[in-house]
Design a binder for this molecule. Structure first.
Ligand SMILES: Nc1ncnc2c1ncn2[C@@H]1O[C@H](COP(=O)(O)OP(=O)(O)OP(=O)(O)O)[C@@H](O)[C@H]1O
Ligand SMILES: [Mg+2]
Length: 345
């Protein structure tokens, strides 16, 4: 069955399919309004999708990703605790599945924050299994997608598997498996998740896992306030963030602001905050850590400061895709193991 991995972050949806197609777009959904407006806007930008869910002759229209940021008045960036069951989340998931897969039956691999994993795992599996929809990405494709199988992992474990398995699901880097304690720090938009795997015992250490209630959005928030302070007027926060991410510059009333250099001290502060909290959370295990993998999109933002986290801290390659890559590799491994078992029987 066609495998697709999806990481539904508070900030960005990341998806990767078994044939290597991937997509990253902001986790923003707004209701679709004027189709001619959408037609005029589509095509140019990245991560701009006009999504139609067809249901028994009815159509529900949404703008997803950057398009919702710019075009929908009622955009939401779902920030609730229970966001995984939020209707906007389902729209994001269906959009992701349609964008990277051919449609039809899929094996969906995804994750939950470590803190919610045990409590929500069964409910999420039930919720996702059998999810079916007729999804149109306007101007691109229309196909039915049906989730036939679900593989769930704690989020940080996704990143761990991404580091030890290759794309065929086989162990590629055995050195990590001889390591003792391996820490994982996932720096996201709204949260920083940290976890520890005791490789010798082959288990996660729940006592050393947790979540910090801040992420890169805290730095963007400070940047936004500084722009407003300097410009002496109100400026749209999401727009500051978008400009910072793309190009790093912005004009407000004819004056140019170099957002890239303005945001740097806030990322440094974010890094220091994470470093302090890690030492507290990991206590004596902190000194025993053989390797600390730094993942998540925010890893790129604090790259210059990861030495402060731990001497053995290392930003993995393409850190924003680490979880989703791991989900896919783990799902591949599971299917391979089943095939071997059946083949051997
Ligand atoms: N090309 C990029 N596109 C989007 N974000 C990027 C990019 N490069 C770096 N980033 C950083 O990555 C951050 C988002 O990281 P990530 O996608 O891991 O967060 P998330 O998983 O959505 O959030 P959370 O883990 O809190 O749910 C952005 O806020 C930005 O600072
Ligand atoms: Mg994340």
């Amino acid at each position: 069955m066609f495998k697709v991995a999806v990481d539904l972050g508070y900030g960005y949806v990341k998806a990767l399919s078994e044939d290597g197609r991937s997509v990253v777009f902001p986790s923003v959904v707004g209701s679709g309004m004027d189709r001619s407006l959408a037609a005029a806007t589509l095509g140019g930008g990245r991560g701009e999708y006009h999504v139609v869910l067809h249901e028994e002759g009815n159509r529900r229209e949404f703008f997803v990703g950057d398009l919702a940021l710019s075009e929908s008045a009622d955009k939401t960036r779902a920030f609730e605790e229970d966001k995984i069951f939020h209707p906007a989340t389902v729209t994001l998931l269906l959009a992701a599945l349609s964008l990277v897969g051919p449609g039809g039956d899929v094996h969906l691999a995804t994750g939950l924050p470590v803190a919610h994993y045990l409590g929500q795992r069964d409910r999420l599996r039930d919720f996702l299994s059998g999810l079916e929809a007729d999804v149109e990405i306007v101007g691109r494709r229309r196909a039915k997608v049906a989730v036939q199988r679900v593989t769930l992992l704690p989020q940080a474990i996704g990143a761990f598997y991404s580091s030890i398995l290759d794309s065929r699901g086989r162990v590629a880097d055995g050195s990590l498996l001889r390591s003792g304690l391996v820490g994982i720090v996932d720096i996201g938009y709204k949260t920083v998740d940290y976890a520890v795997v005791d490789v010798s015992a082959g288990e996660l250490r729940p006592d050393l896992c947790g979540s910090l209630d801040f992420g890169t959005s805290a730095a963007y928030h400070m940047l936004h306030r500084e722009v407003e302070r300097r410009a002496k007027r109100l400026v749209e926060g999401l727009s500051v963030e978008l400009h910072c991410r793309e190009g790093g510059r912005m004009h407000v009333m004819g004056r140019e602001y170099n957002l890239e250099s303005m945001v740097a001290p806030y990322f440094e502060k974010l890094a220091r905050g994470i470093a302090d909290r890690l030492q507290l959370a990991w206590r004596s295990a902190y000194v025993e850590m053989a390797k600390v993998l730094i993942v998540g999109g925010g890893a790129l933002d604090v790259k210059a400061h990861v030495d402060e986290f731990h001497p053995a801290a290392e930003v993995v390659s393409e850190p924003q895709m680490a979880n989703v890559r791991g989900y896919l590799r783990y799902a591949t491994r599971t299917e391979e193991a089943e095939r071997a078992l059946l083949g051997g029987a």
